[in-house]
Design a protein around this ligand. Structure first.
Ligand code: PLP
Length: 416
């Protein structure tokens, strides 16, 4: 990483001055291991703190920086858009091009609506599903995370996020029904007895947030059939999986198309932009005045320029094989570290995003994640951070297109 001539601002000074700003982003609801660290530069897979320490980054801003930090093509595209002087507002060719590219890349949707956060995209999907069906209930699944909306969608079921109790959930939104995931019979029963009140079923099609767990074979197909049978809108929340698990995201990986899907994070390589994509017969309702969901910054030129540039980069130079190779080697290395140190340290998942944990539980069953030893994981993470490996507060590690042998070596040797 190149350095500049500026003297380093010492982090303790920033700690004192930080009383004027509340912690943002991932710092706000999850305890990060160790002291708060201020970064001043980022490059590829590396971060540099204000104290001049370099960290190899496996958190990637909780997932978004899939092409590494500051990818040149995306920076250039955003810069070009700014030079043209049309910064805000969605009525620009770049937004149209970005929407076309999202639809072509994913293969199944007809239309896209850009927004600024994954949560907002989820909210737009709910509004649309409710307007289209004239029903109110939403079915979601234990341990799945869909954003910060009044905390009503935070899992109350011990997945480690711990924000809303079951009681709070019920009082906030009676219309949310929580079912166990990967259990098509339970969903079939729920829809058989009250499907005519259900507007939507929403899920992370790969449950990334609570452990990177894949759907059982045939499960997504069965959910698809049940939703079609009962006239329920099927929403895939691909905020994390979209563009990360291959160009088509989880829908492409498993060959099951939802009715609506939400995207953010890897969509624009770290720029704050999200998208709701879907079939035309649903999405067209946005333009009719029946469904109101708009914001000042939706579809801005700079945001959609970032979407366009990052999807072009993913299409023209797909990083997936390299990411698979790196993630697989890193997972194996982490398991070996556990053996060397005589601790039940595990790493399992999908290479581009995988779960690292301590404990004897089987991570393939998300319910057993509750038995994993988070305190031990936090100690492990603290040690890594002290030694220059920036990792997730809750055990999910993300790999970017910029991770290679140097990063692998750093991650595996710095545990000590
Ligand atoms: N859905 C999923 C699957 C997520 O992982 C997240 C964020 O981590 C969200 C929705 C919310 O997105 P945002 O934090 O951009 O509001």
């Amino acid at each position: 990483m190149s350095t500049d001539a500026r003297p380093h601002v010492r982090s303790h000074e920033l700690h004192q001055r930080a009383s004027r700003c509340t912690p943002g982003g991932v710092h706000s609801n999850v305890r990060l291991p160790g002291p708060r660290i201020f970064f001043e530069r980022a490059d590829g897979a590396w971060l540099r703190s204000v104290d001049g320490h370099d960290y190899v980054d496996y958190l990637l801003g909780q997932g978004p920086n899939f092409l590494g930090h500051a990818p040149a093509a995306v920076l250039a595209a955003v810069n070009d858009a700014c030079q043209d002087g049309v910064i805000f507002g969605g009525q620009h060719e770049i937004e149209v091009q970005a929407a076309e590219l999202v639809c072509e890349t994913l293969g199944w949707p007809d239309m896209v609506r850009f927004g600024v956060s994954g949560t907002e995209a989820v909210q737009a999907a709910f509004r649309l599903a409710r307007a289209v069906t004239g029903r109110t209930k939403i079915i979601r699944f234990e341990g799945h995370y869909h954003g910060w909306l009044d905390n009503v969608l935070m899992a109350p079921d011990g997945d480690g996020w711990g924000t809303a109790s079951a009681g709070q959930l019920a009082s906030h939104l009676d219309d949310v029904v929580v079912l166990p995931w990967n259990d098509a019979d339970r969903l079939a029963d729920a829809l058989a007895s009250g499907g005519d009140q259900v507007a939507a079923v929403i899920m992370e099609p790969v449950m990334i947030n609570a452990g990177v767990i894949e759907p059982l074979p045939g499960y997504l197909e069965r959910v698809r059939e049940l939703c079609t049978l009962h006239g329920v809108v099927l929403i895939f929340d691909e905020v994390l999986s979209g563009f990360r698990l291959g160009l088509g995201g989880a829908a492409g990986r498993y060959g099951v198309a939802p009715d609506l899907a939400t995207y953010a994070k890897a969509l624009a390589a770290g720029w704050p932009v999200a998208a709701l994509a879907g079939r035309a017969d649903l999405m067209e309702r946005f333009g009719t005045g029946e469904v109101n969901h708009s914001g000042t910054f939706n579809g801005s030129v700079v945001a959609t320029a970032a979407v366009k540039a990052s999807l072009e980069r993913l299409r023209d130079d797909p990083p997936y094989a390299a990411i698979e190779e790196h993630g697989t080697a890193l997972m194996a290395g982490i398991r070996e570290l556990g053996e060397t140190h005589g601790v039940p340290l595990r790493a399992a998942g999908l290479a581009a995003a995988f779960h690292v944990s301590f404990g004897d539980a089987d991570v393939v069953d998300y319910r057993s994640l509750q038995r994993l030893d988070l305190a031990r994981y936090e100690q492990f993470a603290d040690k890594l951070i002290d030694n220059g490996v920036w990792v997730a507060p809750r055990g999910v590690w993300y790999v970017s297109a910029c991770h290679g042998p140097a990063e692998l070596d750093a991650a595996l040797t710095r545990f000590g």
